[in-house]
Design a protein around this ligand. Structure first.
Ligand code: NAP
Length: 630
């Protein structure tokens, strides 16, 4: 029975509206009523400050009450049979509504992406012609591989998914360390077609993993997934225009198309610190957290201060007798007002009952988290303070994050000195504060601002000589981020190895997806497509999979057996990619980050705004490919 039927008179709805995000409600009102007065003052909310959720929208109590009452009336009337005034806004109105919800002018290029993401412009899914011989092997059943399987099925393309683990979820299945979770809001870190009533604003690992399992169930994905199947190699046969994929269990698979969905953060990296093998206690990587671990009463050392450490340190602090963090470089850390907050049932009620509320809630999040910060990551050549920031806005970010850090560490000048980065904000991946500073303030936690020079049988020695005894060492030292598809040996035309084309850590691909010499190979989460400026990787995966499906259905329609991106097209894309990065913050001196390689070329992150990448990948252009007919 629907909430509407049991809620006579709308009392439940009225109560739920008290928990509404008001900026997301005003566009709802416009759509439900068609009344343009809601687009003007006093119903225009303020813009979010930083990543603030801005639930109150800056409205006076009277205006807030008026908005809630109008929504109540409109929804009750709608449930009684009144039609929605504007079920699918025009692009022009969509921009007005987005500007309304965010309190900021939305540029026109966002309209199409918004319409599609919110389901206001559902495109007919491309389908392959019946009887096509195009089939695909997808490697990996994480976020991208599951998505590829769902979309290939919709397109009528046969496929099998090979997954090395025993479950779906990829990184979310593997990373079980305490505190693991997303730092993109969950309503954005969801497939656009599979919303969920998330229990918290920022989903913790178990719920994200459950979400992915649920999506697998809802789409009956398990029947196409071969679990426990590790792919070791793949070779392209030019005569048949097929890929043969080698697996560790010896059950090789041959298909026309190979789709890599192995992610960028799935091979844990433990640096070769001298003496690692001599340690007599327990030593492991965060991504390989032991199930039987008991830290109570132990002396624990964490190596690293990145996103994984940010989550694990506050989560375990207080359990060990002593916790020491080795921080080679400090990171910039931002606050978020709802980071720890659960959603009350009232919010789920609104999401499921108020037409368009879920969409506008997501649209606001996308606006705040996707591209908003991108312009401030461009280096201003005139800027005089290049050692601390790259432009005036970046400098303002620095001040905000510095104030936050100093407030959190008030009375601890020792910790302030160790924690304040000297490079520009966003230069390394930004972190959201998961209670890091509070953990550092504890008496049983020590921050050693040194790298690790040596591991001894009984502990660690820092670069500046600090010796720490430990029973357990946790390596929060990140992943092999530049070695895409590694350690799978991929051989294209003439037996050429992809690893040789790219070298150890210099991967490049057209749109991050296709590589000359490797026909019918498509890469998701490939080079230059990780988000360093914000947003949800799932949005990028949706762009990539849509592009791949578009190419595959075009192949089917035109009876092609192979498509291979032209050399000049890939080179031009990579040149533009590198030029864009040369103007951006991540090439700036003064800090290391996992985005760029030892030569200083940014290999991992997307230099464009998400909306630009959405546009670039929206329709595959066959002219960019050499094709082979059947
Ligand atoms: P990371 O960001 O690469 O951090 C690795 C840490 O280990 C850094 O502090 C690094 O120091 C340190 N380190 C590396 N080698 C070292 C050595 N030889 N001696 C001492 N310290 C050493 O790795 P991560 O924290 O696992 O995060 C990787 C990425 O995964 C993140 O950036 C994010 O994209 C993703 N992730 C996301 C979440 C989330 O959504 N909340 C959580 C976890 C991970 P330097 O900085 O000096 O190199």
């Amino acid at each position: 029975m629907s909430a509407a039927v049991t809620d006579t008179g709308g009392a439940d709805l009225a109560a739920a509206l008290e928990h509404a995000n008001l900026p997301s409600l005003v566009p709802v009102l416009v759509q439900l009523t068609g009344d343009r007065r809601w687009l003007a003052d006093p119903y225009r909310p303020t813009r979010s400050r930083g990543m603030d959720n801005n639930d109150a929208g800056g409205f006076s109590d009277d205006v807030a009450a008026e908005i809630r009452a109008a929504v109540l009336d409109a929804v009750v009337a709608h449930e009684a049979g009144a039609p929605v005034a504007i079920p699918a806004p025009t692009r022009e109105l969509l921009l007005e509504l987005l500007s309304l919800a965010t309190g900021e002018p939305a540029p026109p290029e966002y309209a199409d992406m918004l319409a599609e993401d919110l389901g206001f412009a559902p495109e007919p899914a491309p389908t392959a012609t019946a009887g096509t011989d195009i089939d695909a092997v997808i490697v990996g059943a994480g976020v991208s591989g599951m998505l590829a399987a769902i979309k290939l099925r919709e397109a009528g393309i046969d496929h099998v998914v090979l997954e090395k683990n025993d479950e779906v979820g990829g990184g979310w299945w593997e990373n079980t360390y305490p505190g693991a979770g997303v730092d993109t809001p969950s309503h954005l870190y969801s497939y656009s077609f599979a919303p969920r009533d998330w229990s918290t604003h920022f989903g913790k690992r178990d719920e994200v993993e459950q979400y992915l399992r649920d999506v697998a169930d809802d789409h009956d994905l398990r029947r196409v997934i071969r679990f426990g199947t590790e792919v070791t190699g793949a070779a392209y046969d030019e005569d048949t225009a097929t890929w043969t994929v080698r697996t560790a269990d010896g059950n090789d698979v041959t298909a026309r198309v190979l789709i890599s969905a192995t992610g960028a953060l799935n091979r844990p990296k433990t640096p070769a610190i001298p003496g690692l093998d001599t340690f007599t206690g327990r030593l492991f990587h965060t991504a390989e957290w032991p199930e039987d671990l008991d830290l109570r009463g132990r002396r624990v050392a964490v190596v690293g201060a990145g996103a994984s450490a940010m989550q694990v340190v506050p989560a375990i602090a207080g359990t060990p007798a002593r916790l020491t963090v080795f921080q080679r470089s400090p990171q910039w850390i931002a606050p978020n007002d709802v980071y720890f907050e659960a959603f009350p049932d009232a919010v789920h009620h609104l999401m499921n009952r108020v037409p368009f509320y879920r969409q506008w809630y997501r649209a606001r999040l996308a606006w705040n988290f996707n591209d908003r910060v991108h312009p401030s990551l461009q280096v201003d050549p005139e800027w005089e303070h290049g050692n601390r920031s790259v432009n005036a806005v970046n400098d303002a970010h620095r001040r905000v994050f510095t104030r936050y850090l100093e407030a959190e560490l008030e009375g601890r000048p020792d910790l302030v000195a160790k924690s304040l980065p000297d490079y520009p904000p966003f230069g390394k991946r930004m972190l959201l504060d998961n209670g890091w500073f509070r953990a550092l303030r504890r008496d049983d936690v020590e921050l050693v601002a040194e790298g690790v020079a040596e591991v001894t049988p009984t502990g660690l020695r820092g670069d500046s000589g600090t010796k720490v005894d430990a029973d357990v060492i946790i390596m929060a030292t990140g992943f092999h981020t530049h070695r895409y598809l590694w350690p799978i040996e991929v051989r294209g035309r003439n037996g050429v190895r992809l690893a040789d084309v790219w070298g150890a850590e210099d991967a490049h691909a057209h749109l991050g997806i296709t590589v000359p010499g490797f026909p019918n190979l498509f890469i998701t989460c490939g080079p230059g497509t990780v988000l360093g400026h914000g947003g949800s990787y799932i949005t990028i995966a949706e762009c990539q999979v849509r592009y791949i499906v578009d190419l595959l259905t075009t192949m089917a329609r035109r009876d092609l057996k192979a498509v291979e991106v032209r050399d000049d097209v890939e080179q031009d894309y990579t040149r533009r990619h590198d030029e864009a990065h040369a103007r951006m913050l991540w090439t700036h001196p003064g800090m290391t980050n996992w985005y760029r390689n030892a030569e200083g070329r940014v290999v991992s992150t997307l230099p464009w705004r998400i909306v630009d990448y959405w546009r670039m990948t929206h329709d595959a252009d066959l002219d960019e490919y050499a094709v082979e007919k059947r």
